[in-house]
Design a protein around this ligand. Structure first.
Ligand SMILES: Cc1c2[nH]c(c1CCC(=O)O)Cc1[nH]c(c(CCC(=O)O)c1C)Cc1[nH]c(c(CCC(=O)O)c1C)Cc1[nH]c(c(C)c1CCC(=O)O)C2
Length: 343
């Protein structure tokens, strides 16, 4: 039996203590991350520097002994590998050249060519698969097509994904062609991560919650189903985690119809609801509100225990409902871990 508890939970095993990792576990709340980031220069230079990217991936493993290590990279490297310009404005977030017209789309490269730009990321994965403790699972990742498209169409993050919804309404063939290109590139990228040593992969659909009805099925569920089916055809037995954030009742459909082994849930649904409706079909991950990593105390302990208890009847990986924020206190992360592990 594998000593990697995350792989066991992903295979459907109910463990006495759920394995733990945290979204954005390598990040600005850690002084050692800030020091390495300083050394690398900007954020993208850190992503494309295999030694330093591996170093920041390992930092939270050394400090907290998480059961999973997530590759340090970003979902927006795929648009960059397709030919979009990408840069990060400090304190504001990402900026990209936009894709709103056919001529913008025509400038993008083919999916098969993304490896040229992304090969340093595969080197980071290879370094990590040698360096990680034997009990730690190496998690690869990519953004889901809808979420990546929202950044490519708007050229930045948007509160309501308005520009992407507008392109979908005004030029659906172009919108769908863009989603298809991202889908194909994502399969290439994740497949190469697995060949380099990633033991499972996670698909981040951070903006899935702004899709409704038939759009949710066509642009969140169906691309995930296609990506997962192709990855599993190329890599039989590969476990996949899907995170359609704020999917509400659609979390059930994700567990039933995409082939995902695990569905990550945000903190807007109840863990007890997920235990009843999602966990019978897939491992459940997530749910603790990220703000507890800032505020700590008795509320953190109570909510952590509530989630562990609610999901104790089936396969469960403990995690936050979304990424940890830069203002979090590492002491609260330790308190969460001690609470889950009962130390
Ligand atoms: C939407 C999205 C992005 N990136 C990602 C998502 C999906 C998950 C989510 O919803 O949070 C995913 C991501 N981004 C990063 C990781 C690394 C692995 C991890 O530790 O989780 C992962 C898995 C590093 C990062 N990606 C980013 C940072 C901060 C960069 C810095 O060091 O300045 C990190 C550690 C930058 C980033 N990257 C992105 C934005 C909007 C920003 C700016 C916002 C911010 O500053 O937090 C795009």
């Amino acid at each position: 039996m594998s000593e990697k508890t995350i792989l066991r939970a992903l295979a459907g095993e109910r463990l006495p203590t759920p394995p733990i990792w945290m979204m954005r576990q390598a990040g600005r709340y850690l002084p050692e991350y800030r020091a390495t980031r300083e050394k690398a220069g900007d954020f993208l230079s850190l992503c494309y520097n295999p030694e330093l990217a591996a170093e920041v991936t390992l930092q939270p493993i050394r400090r907290f002994g998480f059961d999973g290590a997530i590759l340090f990279a970003d979902i927006l490297l795929v648009p960059q590998a397709l030919g979009a310009d990408l840069w990060f404005v400090t304190g504001e977030g990402p900026r990209l050249s936009t894709v709103t017209r056919q001529e913008d789309f025509d400038k993008l490269g083919p999916a098969a060519d993304v490896h040229e730009t992304l090969s340093p990321i595969y080197e980071t994965v290879r370094i990590l698969s040698r360096a990680l403790p034997s009990e730690t699972t190496l998690i690869g990742f990519a953004g889901a097509p809808w979420t990546v498209a929202t950044y490519m169409i708007a050229g930045r993050g948007t509160p309501d994904q308005g520009p992407a919804h507008a392109l979908k309404a005004e030029n659906r063939p172009l919108f769908e062609a863009l989603l298809d290109r991202i889908t194909a590139a994502t399969i290439e990228y994740l497949s190469a991560q697995v060949e380099a040593g990633a033991e499972c992969v996670k698909l981040f659909d951070s903006w899935a919650g702004s899709l409704h009805g038939a759009d949710f099925d066509a642009y969140a569920l169906e691309p995930a189903r296609r990506i997962i089916a192709e990855l599993k055809a190329r890599h039989p037995g590969l476990p996949v985690i899907a995170f359609p954030r704020e999917a509400r009742e659609h979390y059930i459909g994700f567990a039933q119809a995409t082939g995902a082994d695990c569905v990550a849930i945000d903190d807007s649904v109840e863990a007890a609801w997920a235990a009843e409706h999602v966990q019978p079909h897939a491992c459940v991950q997530g749910n603790l509100a990220s703000r507890h990593m800032v505020t700590g105390g008795a509320d953190l302990v109570a909510d952590t225990k509530r989630i562990v208890k609610a999901l104790s009847g089936g396969p469960h990986i403990f995690n936050l409902g979304h990424g940890i924020t830069p203002d979090a206190d590492p002491a609260n992360v330790q308190l969460m871990i001690d609470t889950v592990r009962g130390d």
